[in-house]
Ligand binder design. Structure first.
Ligand code: XIL
Length: 379
């Protein structure tokens, strides 16, 4: 019998005074999970991304929501190279250390994000004192120092790292970034080699968005498979899950999940489901996109209409049904943020909108999807 049915039965039995029968049923049935992390335990880790205020536990109610609902954390920004390595000779550890301590204090799995990414990289990284682009050797040396320093500082504490983020374009080719321009097409390989040498016990991942687009999916597959065939360790792929209410289709996402799971562990790393109209045709999570504010693109300032709220809940359910079907391949599902109040989607790709992309409302109450997901995990 399903746990939800049993809980219903227990309520019905105690309401009718049949407590002795209820007692015996209670002994036979597992206690229904009261949180997402508990419900998905044994299936996959349930993660969230933490911002600065959350890392420093500025709000007790928020901390308790995070620690009760999630079993894994990733830093939304503070481990990106621009934040943690702002000057060549200076690392800024305060926030990243606090992030790692948060995870240890609350007994959570800790993911590092991200070592090599063209975005949110400090200006000094790619140029010399005169402002000219550095040579391949110099950039490789700088990245080796960066990667080695981070991995060794958090060795045995950060379990896995997004070693390379977003190196592949929609057409499957390598992105024309400073890394590609200066180092050449083998740049990704070097980043994984540096990471493996720095901490052989860390899990090493490639992470990207729009992995459901077939050409991009195959580009990522070729890249990672090529490295693995050469003996470079890549433990798996992180599929960012920045979605809309209808895009991508469950089928397209599933095809990518199945294909990428041939490479190792799959993680759904950055799940959020925007409810807002998409400006322009681009369906991606390209952080450099920035569209001027338009009032008509911000339709839900006063709240989400019931029909949209229902669609959102259904969308979460259908995605988690998919994740559960493939739980043997998935090690972690992480939402990109805790509540709607602090989601980056309020400001990307258009600043100043009111979006509802996460599982918890602005007042920290759970959306109806949360109870449905918990029930789903038991089926
Ligand atoms: C986003 C953060 O959420 C924002 O706060 C920041 O301003 C920009 O980056 N892909 C990634 C994440 O890998 O690191 C990005 O996070 C979202 C897209």
């Amino acid at each position: 019998m399903k746990t939800t049915a049993i809980s219903f039965l227990l309520v019905a039995l105690s309401a009718s005074g049949c407590t002795s029968q209820a007692q015996s049923v209670r002994h036979a049935a597992p206690r229904p999970a009261s949180s997402l992390s508990e419900a998905f335990e044994g299936h996959f880790l349930m993660g969230t991304a933490l911002n600065t205020a959350q890392i420093f536990e500025k709000n007790a109610a928020e901390t308790s929501l995070i620690t009760s609902q999630f079993s894994s954390i990733v830093a939304e920004n503070c481990m990106k190279s621009e934040s943690i390595h702002p000057e060549q000779e200076r690392f800024f550890w305060t926030e990243a250390d606090a992030f790692v301590s948060f995870g240890e204090k609350h007994d959570m799995h800790i993911q590092g994000h991200t070592l090599a990414w063209h975005s949110q990289a400090p200006a000094w990284l790619f140029v010399d004192a005169q402002g000219n682009e550095v040579s391949r050797e110099v950039l490789l040396d700088r990245m080796q120092t960066h990667i080695t320093t981070l991995l060794q500082r958090y060795q045995g504490r950060v379990v896995g790292w997004d070693v390379v983020n977003e190196a592949v374009l929609d057409d499957g080719s390598l992105r024309d970034s400073a890394f590609l321009r200066i180092i050449g097409p083998d740049w990704v390989e070097h980043m994984f080699r540096f990471a493996q040498a720095a901490d052989p016990s860390a899990k090493l991942f490639y992470n990207d968005y729009s992995t459901w687009k077939p050409e991009k999916r195959e580009g990522i597959y070729r890249l990672v498979k090529g490295l693995q065939d050469k003996g470079v360790r890549v433990d798996g792929v992180g599929m960012q899950g920045h979605m809309g209410l209808h895009t991508p289709t469950v089928g397209a996402f599933e095809e990518a999940l199945v294909r990428l799971s041939e490479l190792g562990e799959v993680m759904i790393t950055e799940l959020d489901i925007s409810t807002l109209p998409r400006p322009g045709k681009d369906v991606s999570a390209e952080v450099s996109l920035s569209v001027a504010y338009q009032e008509e693109m911000n339709p839900f300032r006063q709240g989400l209409p019931e029909s949209v709220a229902q669609r959102l809940n259904h969308r979460f359910v259908e995605m988690f049904e998919l994740f559960l079907r493939h739980r043997a391949s998935i090690s972690r599902v992480t939402t990109w943020g805790v509540t709607d109040a602090s989601s980056w989607r309020n400001d990307w790709p258009m600043k100043g909108r009111v979006d509802y992309p996460l599982l918890f409302n602005r007042d920290r109450s759970p959306k109806p999807a949360v109870a449905r997901l918990i029930a789903l995990a038991h089926n």
